[in-house]
Every structure is written in structure tokens, then in C-alpha cells.
Design a protein around this ligand. Structure first.
Ligand SMILES: [Zn+2]
Length: 404
């Protein structure tokens, strides 16, 4: 594509260009609008900061991935372009701008909530309280906004589904056993995984290998790996050599970490990032609710019909409840991922369905629920969306009414 045609497009308003502080023009290919000049100019403008933030999220995630491999790579172009767009926003508002990428990645920008950037940013209110980088890693918000890890989790899920459909006659529980393994064993030795995949999950052997990767040696403290006492995930070392779970909410639980035992000639594996974030993290809440339902004597099925939803609960009076459990930092971002109501099982359709948020983020409160309800394209009733503890109270109440 020639520069001339880009300039012509810019003049016609078909594409947006920004000028970098050095005066260079950058064209934002994502902003290209085919056909005539967009008549809703205001709308195009309001999404501009939002798209800048999305680009930064993508860049920060790619940068973190590169850093794991080698420190010699150049900065990812998404990060470069994102920071340049941010610089342009600052210039337009006559405010101090980040002096390049290292400055952006520092405590002055990336490690600060967006509202403290001292510039006007047109983005969802909820985003203003969050930051891109926490503990020198992309924050949960950043991971959700970028979207590449959810794609990884979805790709692996789809591969599993394919195998499961081929083999479901031999073992109808195959899918549930697979998910249970991912949630209960986020860290596993190569030896254990081999045994599991040969004895219990043989049809999924190949996919299972794709779920785990080598645990980073830099996470070892005094030669040993440790796991989080709350979620079981691998602990990393912070800058002050403290052990910390990747899930920042585990910290509040104040559980003792657990040393991970492994034979010297064996290898320690952990789940790939997408699965850690989008399968293991909510999975802990899913299994917790499953256990509670069982303890109450209720009939409960995890991930019915190959994951139509998370929990299928049957009460003594045969009332059926369907539950989807979510654990996202951003209610706004989650809202847009939910694009249909919970589907019904043809053989046992539910009477009520619920969206339940893991109790680890309970402190986000009613605002979080409201944000989700406001932006979700599917119209849920307020009574369908709640935190885990409210849901458990509802179950208790329903069960009591059955017993009367
Ligand atoms: Zn944890």
C-alpha cells in the first residue's frame, strides 16, 4: 500500500493517523473505514482511546512473552504503536507524555491505575481503576483486554472437544475428568502426567501434552518450587524474593504455601498461561461449589453435555438450576464475552439459570454486578447475577423450601 493512498484516505477520513512526537505520521490500520467517510464522527473519536488501551494491552502481553524467552528482542510493534498513540493523546492535551516504552512500563504509567495518568482518557469508567502491570507482569485486566490467552484456552478446549466427541461412547466422563485434572493439578510432574494420560485420559494424551509446559526455573526458591495454599498454582518470586501466587486475590486468603515435591530426575510442568487464567482460576470456584452441593446432598453435574455450562444442580423437588461461574477482573470486558443466555439441555432443561462470580472478587461489590448487567448484550435479570456466597445462600433457601 502506498503512502500516498494512505494520505488520501486520511484526508477523506477513511483512516486515522496520529503524529508521533517526532512529527512522523503513523496510520492506524485498525481504524480503516471502508466506503465513504464515517458520518458518526463522534463515535469514531470515543473509541479511539479505547483502541489505544487495547493496543497497549496487546503490546504488554507480547512483551512479557518475549521476556520469558530472551531479553534481546526489539519491543513488539503493538507496544510501540500503543505507546505512540498514548503519546499523541498527551500531546493533544498538552500533558506530560511517556518518554518511550521503558518509561511507560515503569511506575509512572503501566504500574499506575489509568485514572492517575493525569490525562483525559475516554474509556469505560471501570478501567480507570486498573493498571496494566502488576508485580512486573501483565495484570489480569491486561490479559483480559488483550484476548490472546483466552484464544489459547479456547483452541485447546476445541481440540479436546473433538477428541471427546470421537471417544465419548467409551467414556462419557472423559471431558469432565480432563477439566478436573486441569483445575486440581495446575502443577504436575512429567511422570504423574504420563501416568494420568495413559491410565485415565488416554484418548486425550496428545492434547494433555499441549496443556502443560516446563515450569520456569526462576520460580524456584532455595532450589524448590512452591504452590499456593489457596489455589494450588505455582508461586513466583517477587522483586523482594517473597513467594507470591500469580492470582493476586489468593494473597488475601493468607494460606501457607506448599512445597512441591518432585523426584530429582523428574520434571516439573505447569499449565499454559491461557489455561491457568481462564480454566484453572474459575475452575477452583466451580469445584468448590460442586463440593458444597454434594455436601448438601444435591445432585450436581459438572460441565454437562460437554460444557454447555458449568454446574447443573437438581433439587429434591426436581427443580433444575444451571450455573455459569466467572472470575474476570473486568466486568465490562466479561460482559462482551457473554453473547447468549445459558443454553438448555434438551433432556433436562433448567428452570433457573445463574451467573455466579467467584468469591475471591467479592470486594468488587454491587458495582461490578451492575457494570456487567449494563453492558452485557444478553439481558439478564438482576436476580440471576450474583457473587458466590449469595448464590450459596439461595441454594440453602431453596433446599429448605424443598424440605418443608
Ligand atoms: Zn493462588
Amino acid at each position: 500500500m502506498s503512502i500516498d493512498s494512505l494520505r488520501r484516505w486520511e484526508e477523506k477520513g477513511k483512516i486515522q493517523a496520529i503524529r508521533t512526537p517526532s512529527g512522523q505520521r503513523r496510520f492506524d490500520v485498525d481504524s480503516y473505514v471502508p466506503g465513504d467517510k464515517p458520518d458518526n464522527k463522534k463515535k469514531a473519536k470515543s473509541t479511539d482511546s479505547e483502541s489505544t488501551l487495547r493496543q497497549i494491552a496487546k503490546g504488554v502481553v507480547q512483551y512479557a512473552q518475549q521476556m520469558q524467552k530472551s531479553r534481546l528482542f526489539p519491543y513488539p510493534s503493538a507496544l510501540q504503536l500503543g505507546v505512540e498513540k498514548l503519546q499523541a493523546i498527551c500531546v493533544m492535551q498538552n500533558k506530560t507524555q511517556p518518554q518511550g516504552i521503558p518509561d511507560f512500563l515503569s511506575s509512572k504509567w503501566g504500574e499506575k491505575p489509568i485514572k492517575d495518568w493525569a490525562i483525559e482518557i475516554n474509556c469505560p469508567e471501570e478501567w480507570k481503576n486498573v493498571q496494566f502491570i502488576e508485580d512486573q507482569k501483565p495484570s489480569g485486566f491486561c490479559i483480559e483486554l488483550d484476548g490472546s490467552y483466552i484464544n489459547e484456552a479456547e483452541r485447546i478446549q476445541n481440540e479436546v472437544m473433538e477428541e471427546v466427541f470421537k471417544k465419548s461412547l467409551q467414556n462419557p466422563n472423559l471431558y469432565v475428568e480432563f477439566r478436573r485434572l486441569l483445575v486440581t493439578r495446575p502443577v504436575i510432574t512429567k511422570g504423574d502426567l504420563d501416568v494420568k494420560s495413559v491410565l485415565e485420559l488416554k484418548p486425550l494424551q496428545k492434547v494433555l501434552e499441549d496443556c502443560y509446559e516446563e515450569a520456569p526455573v526462576s520460580y524456584k526458591k532455595q532450589g524448590k518450587f512452591s504452590c499456593c495454599g489457596h489455589c494450588g498454582g505455582l508461586m513466583h518470586r517477587t522483586a523482594d524474593n517473597e513467594l507470591k501466587c500469580e492470582n493476586k486475590h489468593c494473597f488475601k486468603q493468607k494460606k501457607q504455601d506448599v512445597p512441591f515435591e518432585c523426584d530429582q530426575d523428574d520434571e516439573v510442568l505447569w499449565l499454559k498461561k491461557g489455561l491457568r487464567y481462564f480454566i484453572h482460576r474459575p475452575g477452583c470456584a466451580e469445584l468448590r461449589i460442586e463440593k458444597r452441593m454434594k455436601d448438601l446432598g444435591l445432585e450436581v453435574t459438572l460441565y454437562p453435555d460437554c460444557d454447555k455450562y458449568d454446574l447443573h444442580v437438581v433439587f429434591p423437588d426436581k427443580t433444575v438450576w444451571a450455573v455459569d461461574v466467572k472470575f474476570w477482573e473486568s466486568a465490562y470486558n466479561l460482559a462482551f464475552k457473554v453473547n447468549s443466555p445459558i443454553p438448555k439441555l434438551p433432556h433436562q432443561p433448567y428452570h433457573e439459570s445463574f451467573f455466579v462470580f467467584a468469591s475471591e472478587i467479592k470486594e468488587y461489590g454491587d458495582e461490578y454486578i451492575q457494570e456487567f448487567l449494563n453492558h452485557c448484550p444478553v439481558k439478564f435479570k438482576k436476580s440471576q447475577v450474583m457473587f458466590e456466597d449469595t448464590f450459596l445462600q439461595l441454594v440453602d433457601k431453596k433446599l429448605k423450601s424443598c424440605q418443608q
